[in-house]
Design a protein around this ligand. Structure first.
Ligand SMILES: NC(=O)c1ccc[n+]([C@@H]2O[C@H](COP(=O)([O-])OP(=O)(O)OC[C@H]3O[C@@H](n4cnc5c(N)ncnc54)[C@H](OP(=O)(O)O)[C@@H]3O)[C@@H](O)[C@H]2O)c1
Length: 276
């Protein structure tokens, strides 16, 4: 009896936005280790190329590079087209790209706030829709959106409002996708040591034991978020200590959280990653 060698199943593909630094680079590495080819998105084309070369060399995966500024509509459309491709399906979408602003909502250049809205909210909405539209007919797929514990805090500036949008949008999508084989997950990290704070002109955590307990490493966030994503969980809060914080913020009356937040001295408030 002859037995034909079964065709080698194609590796699944994951598209990660903001994959050249911080959490996005961590998601790309971990997805490569989990057997995914990658499409990586960010603005800096040189850094994308060097990130892709390192991923290929270290993990032997295929890596496609897509230079795009997600605040620019035409660039976002190119990324959405790639996410929705029928010929080269994207099996996992990670909407991760983001940044903070070191200013109050009514301060600063309005263009910066629009850019924040476009990257943190519009891009997540457009790409999540493109992914769901392509994945549902295939009956499988995962969408992971990067929110933040800041999205649970009324008073954390425009950033908190944007992350609250990401949380509710993902929960809504997850409900609509039930029974389709496609899942949506939102990860709500606490403070993570990345380039985020330096890029926004904020201070990041020191090396005291308190700060070591509060600040998270990239891998502990990424691994927990991907485990929850592949398990089909809707909300992922990495680490027990930040789960406790998020549970407290979830159950406390919003008015109380807001009052306590606004009563804090501005220095303490500014220690929050969104407002420093
Ligand atoms: N770090 C934290 O404490 C923390 C906590 C909770 C949630 N988060 C969230 O985690 C996500 C990742 O943040 P991170 O801490 O890893 O930040 P990061 O280290 O500063 O990395 C940001 C990544 O996003 C890309 N990016 C920024 N603006 C972009 C744009 N307009 N278009 C395309 N790509 C863009 C950057 O590449 P280019 O500059 O080349 O575009 C980079 O690859 C964000 O959504 C952030 O809000 C962070």
């Amino acid at each position: 009896m002859t037995s034909a060698t079964p065709p080698r199943p194609a590796r699944p593909t994951a598209l990660v936005t903001g994959a050249t630094a911080g959490l996005g680079a961590g998601f790309a590495r971990s997805l490569a280790r989990r057997g995914h080819d990658l499409v990586i998105v960010a603005r800096d084309a040189e850094r994308l190329d060097s990130t892709a070369a390192a991923l290929r060399a270290e993990h032997g995966v295929g890596v496609e590079v897509l230079a795009a500024d997600l605040s620019v509509r035409a660039d976002l459309d190119r990324v959405a087209q790639r996410v929705g491709s029928v010929e080269a399906p994207v099996d996992v979408l990670v909407n991760n790209a983001g940044f903070g602003l070191k200013q109050r909502f009514f301060d600063g250049d309005p263009a910066d706030h629009e850019r924040m809205f476009d990257v943190l909210c519009r891009a997540v909405m457009v790409l999540s829709r493109a992914a769901a539209g392509a994945m549902v007919p295939r009956g499988r797929g995962r969408v992971l959106n990067v929110g933040s514990v800041a999205g649970l805090v009324p008073g954390g500036g425009h950033y908190s409002a944007a992350k609250a949008y990401v949380i509710v949008l993902t929960e809504t999508l997850a409900g609509e996708l039930r029974g389709t084989g496609v899942t949506a997950t939102v990860v709500e990290p606490g403070y993570v040591r990345t380039e985020f704070h330096a890029r926004s002109g904020m201070r990041s955590g020191g090396s005291s034991s308190l700060s070591n307990r509060i600040w998270l490493d990239i891998d502990e966030v990424v691994d927990a978020a991907l485990d929850d994503t592949f398990a089909g969980r809707v909300v992922s809060v990495p680490t027990r200590r930040w789960k406790a914080v998020s549970t407290l913020l979830d159950v406390a009356p919003r008015r109380l959280v807001s009052t306590v937040w606004n009563a804090m001295p501005s220095g303490a408030r500014r220690r929050h990653p969104t407002q420093r």
